[in-house]
Design a protein around this ligand. Sequence first.
Ligand code: FNR
Ligand code: LAC
Length: 360
Amino acid sequence: MMPLNLHEYEAAARERLTPTAYDYFAGGAGDEVTLRANRASFDRLALRPRVLVDVSRRSMKCDVLGADAAMPILVAPMAFQRLAHADGELAVARAAGAAHTVMVLSSLATTPMEEVVVAARPSRVWFQLYVFKDRGATRALVRRAELAGCTALVVTVDAPFLGRRERDVRNRFSLPDGVHISNLAGFGKDELPREAEGSGLAAYFEKQLDVAFTWKDLAWLRETTRLPVVVKGVLRADDARDAVAAGCQGIVVSNHGGRQLDGAVAAIDALPEVVAAVGGKVQVYLDGGIRRGTDVLKALALGANATLLGRPVLWGLAADGEDGAKRAIDLLAAELDLAMALCGCRSLAEIRRDLVVRAP
Ligand code: FNR
Ligand code: LAC
């Protein structure tokens, strides 16, 4: 049976994945409190639909840093997509391209970025950057992303160390033969250690990532590239103001899908203070727990310019390759379209704050 919604895609994917891969994709840090909170907080928000609006014509077109996306749903950066399907990032890129939306490509992709950019035609690929201790490698990665045709840099700032994901510790998570961190091959950083006691990914982060990176360094990074810089992983107003001051052009309000600091505030609950703090100076995006079209609508009502979709894209990919990833995106977009119609919204601009109230 064809999955009817994103939850059913997860069930379909689970049947196809090894338990280790499923756990890596699905899991969160610690007790997974934040993972659950991302969902629960959406459910606590209620909609106040407006009626008797002529909704015969609707558009969800969305301008994200100059990329004309067909929908306010971008694909979140996610590592190791070839663990989900042999076509990995290429399938996701084709799905995002066919859906006319942006794919954010992880630094820890398992496919060379040039191939991904080509597969994503019409290409709207943003490159997600992890900052390595090795500044030369970091700079080379940025340069390569520019040359490959990526159109923005998404710097993830919530992961100096990897959160402790106990499922991965238990499974001693690492990459199977033939799956590599493709874009770091030239720097001898393309493998996860297998001799690690726990998570090979946690050991990799500890060895490779720059834990001393600060706002000052971010300003440096911004000057080394002509690409717009988006900071991913902000949950507070003061950090949002620092991001603006550092010259960033976008902020992703995110707790990394509950995979980093367990107990961190739900992403949707952190959104209003970030939106208020930046006062429209830069774009604000949100990810974490988006599973229904109404979640997207709630995020936009609370001031997000767009949302990023994480795990469900991997569930679609695992279940049915490019077609599954595309259908997962399409299902969510169709749900958003319906939610807009039922709320009396004909465009994203009409999705305003007064549509949402905290449920009693
Ligand atoms: C991620 N995420 C992530 N973020 C990032 O900046 N770089 C990365 O390489 C990854 N890798 C990654 C792998 C997997 C398997 C998952 C599930 C997530 C976090 C991701 O971009 C996003 O913030 C969350 O996944 C959003 O939450 P949902 O939609 O999965 O609930
Ligand atoms: C993760 C890292 C790679 O969440 O961002 O698994």
